[in-house]
Design a protein around this ligand. Structure first.
Ligand SMILES: [Zn+2]
Length: 247
C-alpha cells in the first residue's frame, strides 16, 4: 500500500497568496479543495491511499509529525506561486536528491495538464533563496515535494488552473502514485554514513571500487542481498556495500 500525504499549504487565518479572477481565492482554500480532489482520485486507485494534513494550530513541524505518524511513503505540500502580473509557469520544489524523481513526475504531469511555462524542478535555494526548506526537511528518507503549479497573480495562469482543476488533481495524483510504486518496486535506500565504501564483492576482502565511496544521503537501489551485504545500483555505478549503513 502506497500512502501519500497531502499537506495543505498555509493556514486558514494566514491563507497565503491570493489568486486573481477567475480563482478569487487564497492558496489555503484553493489547495484544500484540490487536495480533496486528489485524495478522492488516489483512494480510487489500487494499492494507494491518501490523507489530507493541515498546518493549522500545529505549524509546519506539527503537520509533518502527523504525516510521519500516519506512516506516509511521501508528502506533497500544495501551494501556488505569486509575483507580478506577468510572472508565469509551473515549478516543483524538492530538497534532497531522493525527492527529485517525485518532483519531476509531478512537474511533468502539471506541465502536460496546464500547458504553462516549465520553470523546472528546483531546490528552495534555487527557487527563492530558501523558502520551503523547513517544509521539505521533515520527512527523513521519504520523498517530500512542494508544488507551485501556476502563478495566482497572473490572469492567464489562474484561468488555466481554474478551468483544469479536476484534471490537475487527477494528473498529479496519478503521477505521484505511479512514481512511488516504481520506487517501491525498486527497493530504494539511503546511505547513512559519512562515507560508505563500495566494493567489488560482498565482504571487506574485496577491493574498494574507484567510483566510491558514497557520501551520506546518496540514494541507492538494492538489487540483491548477500548476508550483511547488498548489491546496489546508483547513478554512478554498481557494487557491494555493507547493508547496515543503508536506511
Ligand atoms: Zn504558498
Amino acid at each position: 500500500m502506497i500512502k501519500l500525504a497531502l499537506v495543505v499549504g498555509h493556514e486558514e487565518d494566514r491563507p497565503g497568496a491570493r489568486a486573481v479572477s477567475p480563482i478569487d481565492a487564497n492558496e489555503y482554500a484553493w489547495n484544500h479543495d484540490l487536495a480533496k480532489m486528489m485524495a478522492d482520485h488516489v483512494n480510487a486507485m489500487d494499492g494507494a491511499q491518501a490523507e489530507i494534513f493541515f498546518r493549522d494550530g500545529v505549524g509546519i513541524v506539527g503537520a509533518y509529525n502527523a504525516v510521519r505518524q500516519w506512516g506516509a511513503d511521501a508528502a506533497m505540500e500544495l501551494h501556488f506561486n505569486s509575483a507580478g502580473p506577468t510572472a508565469t509557469g509551473t515549478e516543483t520544489l524538492y530538497l534532497k536528491s531522493l525527492s527529485r524523481p517525485l518532483a519531476e513526475a509531478v512537474q511533468d504531469a502539471t506541465l502536460t495538464t496546464l500547458g504553462l511555462r516549465d520553470r523546472g524542478v528546483k531546490t528552495p535555494q534555487e527557487a527563492s533563496g530558501g523558502r520551503g526548506t523547513r517544509n521539505l526537511s521533515q520527512m527523513g528518507p521519504k520523498p517530500s515535494i512542494l508544488t507551485e503549479p501556476f502563478f495566482g497573480s497572473n490572469t492567464a495562469d489562474a484561468a488555466a488552473a481554474h478551468q483544469r482543476k479536476p484534471e490537475l488533481a487527477a494528473a498529479q495524483a496519478e503521477a505521484a502514485i505511479n512514481l512511488l510504486k516504481s520506487l517501491d518496486a525498486e527497493d530504494i535506500w539511503v546511505v547513512r554514513a559519512s562515507e560508505l565504501n563500495v566494493r567489488g564483492g560482498p565482504g571487506i576482502d574485496f577491493e574498494k571500487l574507484s567510483w566510491g565511496p558514497l557520501p551520506n544521503g546518496t540514494t541507492v537501489e538494492v538489487v540483491s542481498r548477500h548476508g550483511d551485504w547488498a548489491f546496489i545500483h546508483t547513478a554512478g555505478g554498481e557494487g557491494f556495500v555493507h547493508a547496515a549503513f543503508l536506511t
